[in-house]
Design a protein around this ligand. Structure first.
Ligand SMILES: [Zn+2]
Length: 417
């Protein structure tokens, strides 16, 4: 299984120049390839990233000798990104529906600075990472915590100016024993996660002190003259604060998902609205939506790592409206009803009831798929047959394969950041 560990670097000024140069070459080759692609396409040819790379290499020594100053992986990164950009574009065009934008040129100012190196061209030793063609190894703030074969390393620079190496490893998952058999997850805005056994994780709001600071810095930035030294300084402060808030949020989500993936073997959660995602860009999502996707992303790989199973329930499954005791559907339930009583007499708390229904539905789904229902019952699991009849007409909009391919592109985006 592939796992990544992102480590902050302490490059010397010389090493930082080298890294910046490699990022610049990756961007340059990408832009060169994109330009050639457009020219060849207009001329009636059928360009490909692979062919363009060959054409580039044929004139490289004569026209772009400076690209030899760093690792050849920088050039490879450019064509690799070009290939990915067009594959992504064509797939989206084929799937239709959404507005698709043609691959854009990368700018020096606004594009992410990064490049990728093959695992064979880097060597890790304790706190040091040695890159091919760079004499001195770069210092890392921590050691690699995973064991296994290094597949690749992506070097990148964040908005504050710090450098990172994301090391991708092919690793063997450890033997893991779960404490509980199964759980259902209900995601919400105020309470972020409610588990079917009653465990709750509240939403974490940015601290008031930080919000005040954020407002103050934003005001300060708007007063400064754009591009001036003072403006740059405030902008850096703002980027640092944003990073701090983001890291705190991610740290909290990691703690939640690690707890869930390690404790429960079978985890049921609602499928998230993929259609809505197609319209919105990932970054345009509200904090709570972004947290939901991040929770799902983390649970996906952590359950796999721990040998568990993540089961996604159809998002039209009326998890809050079903009484988990008798199975009756309460269609009159309002969003504001936090507590309700079913005709059978059960008093139900909205989130907890939903989490329980999600768990039962997850167990029912895998029971139906693999014929394990009886085994699960034999383990003493409370499997209730909830044959909720869903309105077929409301289940339109996207096919399973579309959802999967979109999910892959999203994961790549997130991993790349
Ligand atoms: Zn009931």
């Amino acid at each position: 299984m592939e796992r990544a560990h992102k480590i902050r670097l302490n490059p010397t000024p010389f090493q930082e120049q080298w890294l910046l140069k490699a990022c610049g070459i990756a961007r340059f080759t990408y832009n060169w390839g994109l330009e050639q692609w457009q020219k060849q396409y207009k001329a009636g040819q059928k360009p490909s990233a692979y062919a363009l790379k060959k054409q580039f290499n044929a004139i490289r020594r004569r026209k772009f000798p400076w690209t030899y100053e760093v690792t050849k992986c920088a050039v490879d990164t450019g064509f690799r990104n070009l290939d990915a950009a067009f594959k992504n574009f064509f797939r989206r065009v084929k799937n239709g529906k959404e507005k698709v934008s043609y691959p854009k040129f990368k700018s020096r100012k606004h594009s992410r600075q990064s490049f990728r190196m093959d695992g064979a061209r880097v060597k890790l030793d304790g706190h040091w990472i040695k890159l091919q063609k760079l004499d001195e190894p770069i210092n890392m703030t921590e050691e690699l915590r995973l064991k296994g074969k290094i597949k690749s390393v992506v070097f990148s620079r964040d908005a504050v100016g710090d450098w990172y190496a994301a090391v991708l490893i092919e690793a063997e998952p450890p033997k893991h024993k779960h404490l509980q058999e199964s759980v259902g997850l209900d995601l919400g805005v105020k309470t972020l996660v409610v588990l079917s056994d009653g465990v709750r994780f509240e939403s974490q709001e940015p601290l008031r002190r930080e919000q005040r600071k954020l407002r103050r810095l934003n005001k300060e930035l708007s007063r400064r003259q754009q591009g001036s030294n003072r403006w740059q300084r405030t902008k850096l402060k703002l980027a640092k604060l944003h990073r701090k808030i983001k890291n705190r949020r991610l740290d909290y989500l990691h703690k939640i998902t690690t707890y869930i993936a390690k404790t429960y073997r079978i985890i049921g959660m609602e499928d998230l609205n993929v259609c809505g995602m197609l319209k919105n860009h990932y970054l345009a999502l509200s904090i709570s939506d972004a947290s939901f996707y991040e929770i799902r992303r983390q649970l996906k790989y952590k359950t796999e790592w721990c040998g568990g199973l993540l089961v996604e329930i159809d998002r039209f499954f009326p998890s809050s409206k079903i009484c988990h005791v008798c199975g009756t559907i309460n269609d009159g339930l309002l969003l504001s009803d936090r507590l309700w009583q079913c005709d059978c007499g059960a008093v139900l708390e909205r989130d907890l009831n939903a989490a329980k229904n999600i768990k039962y539905e997850a167990l029912r789904m895998i029971g139906r798929r693999s014929g394990f229902t009886e085994t699960l019952n034999g383990r003493g699991e409370d499997v209730r047959p909830i044959w909720a009849i869903l309105d077929e007409a409301s289940k339109v909009a996207f096919s399973a394969s579309q959802a999967v391919s979109f999910w892959h592109s999203l994961v790549n985006q997130v991993i790349g950041q």
